[in-house]
Design a binder for this molecule. Structure first.
Ligand SMILES: NC(=O)c1ccc[n+]([C@@H]2O[C@H](COP(=O)([O-])OP(=O)(O)OC[C@H]3O[C@@H](n4cnc5c(N)ncnc54)[C@H](OP(=O)(O)O)[C@@H]3O)[C@@H](O)[C@H]2O)c1
Length: 305
């Protein structure tokens, strides 16, 4: 699979990341086969969060990959913290405790990347900075990032945090593409012009922050998968035609659409099906034309002014 640098760091990562939020839906043998297949195809970047399966997903993953120092050297591990029942918590104490729990469950001594999962209204960036310094100096975390944050929130953090924010994980798919469509519809009196995220896409490009699109196959907030879905006939027809042309599946085209964007995004896929996993990885070799990219954009109902 193609690789790229994560944000402004020197960490070389595959362009497609494997999300592990759903790994607790697999039996032990299936989970082993899933992670082995990923590794065989160069997909060695795994995305976790302390809350996935209430911690079970990290443990299941570590078992499935037979974590050992040698295995660890050949994979890239990212996890997230900051979501608690009924609240968000970026306090120094919570961040430090969370990382210790994550490392224990993943059976590793360090994370390549730690992301703050969802903005905490009560964030005190000075505390985050202290936590990040401790984590970096102790060798527990090598790179830092955020998730679901807007430009001002990142700038506020970055005023205090000395480590560069290298990634921002955001919901983005062909059918949830406001971050793209608001830039196309600037200044228009239509709903697509509504800028819900403070131009996060351009901000991340300007500051060398890798956008990691999460839920690249979902529409709405976990309402379902748009591929093969009767709610999106025009989109599916368009994707299927392009898939035929490239002799790949519709799954491959949905990821290729994200990879075609020049922001150098790293989609985080959530499938637990090995065939679909391989189809997602194949997207790394498909480069859509400008006409194809825009035809998929429009077929999803996204508008041009
Ligand atoms: N930062 C955040 O706030 C946040 C939020 C949510 C998720 N995430 C991360 O993003 C990752 C991906 O999220 P997600 O699982 O919602 O993403 P997704 O890839 O959009 O959805 C995957 C789900 O769709 C199903 N699916 C059905 N048909 C499919 C097809 N043709 N192609 C692909 N999948 C199909 C999969 O089932 P099969 O397994 O049967 O293929 C699986 O249940 C998570 O694992 C997690 O790491 C982050």
């Amino acid at each position: 699979m193609r690789t790229m640098k994560l944000g402004s760091s020197n960490l070389e990562v595959p362009v497609v990341a494997v999300g592990c939020m759903r790994i607790n839906s697999l039996e032990k043998k299936e989970a082993e086969r899933f992670v082995q297949t990923a590794l065989e195809h160069g997909a060695n970047f795994f995305d976790h969060a302390d809350i996935y399966g209430k911690g079970d997903c990290e443990e299941i993953f570590a078992d499935a990959i037979h974590m050992s120092p040698t295995v660890r050297e050949n994979i890239i591990l990212q996890s997230k913290c900051g979501i608690r029942k009924g609240m968000f918590d970026f306090s120094k104490e919570h961040i430090l405790q969370s990382v210790d729990g994550i490392l224990q469950r993943l059976n590793t001594e360090y994370l390549d990347t730690l992301l703050l999962h969802r903005p905490d209204a009560l964030v005190e960036p000075e505390e985050v900075a202290e936590a990040f310094d401790i984590l970096e100096q102790s060798g527990k975390v090598r790179h830092f990032g955020v998730s679901n944050q807007n430009p001002m929130q990142i700038q506020l953090l970055q005023k205090y945090v000395k480590q560069p924010i290298v990634a921002n994980q955001l919901q983005l798919s062909i059918t949830n593409a406001n971050m793209i469509s608001n830039g196309i519809n600037v200044n228009m009196e239509n709903d697509s012009a509504i800028n819900r995220d403070g131009s996060i896409l351009d901000f991340c490009r300007l500051h060398d922050i890798t956008i990691q699109p999460w839920s690249p196959f979902q529409f709405g907030f976990f309402e379902g998968v748009f591929l093969g879905n009767d709610k999106f006939p025009e989109l599916n027809q368009q994707i299927d035609e392009i898939a035929d042309k490239y002799q790949v599946s519709n799954t491959t085209i949905a990821i290729a659409w994200l990879l075609r964007h020049p922001a150098n995004m790293q989609p985080v896929i959530g499938t637990m099906n090995v065939d679909r996993l391989i189809d997602c990885i194949k997207a790394s070799d498909v480069y859509l034309t400008r006409e194809e990219w825009y035809s998929i954009y429009r077929a999803a109902g996204n508008i041009l002014p």
